[in-house]
Design a protein. Structure first.
Length: 43
């Protein structure tokens, strides 16, 4: 999802519309959710 947004050049528009702090919070929360749902590899 984050990679797709980067490919479509969405980040500058979000940054301009919501500001730096809100943009960082959005990206951080999405990254945490993606990390939380990632499958755990069994060794």
């Amino acid at each position: 999802m984050l990679r797709e947004a980067a490919r479509k050049n969405v980040y500058p528009a979000l940054h301009a519309r919501y500001g730096a702090a809100a943009f960082e919070e959005m990206v951080t929360s999405m990254a945490r959710e993606i990390d939380r749902q990632a499958p755990v590899l069994v060794r």
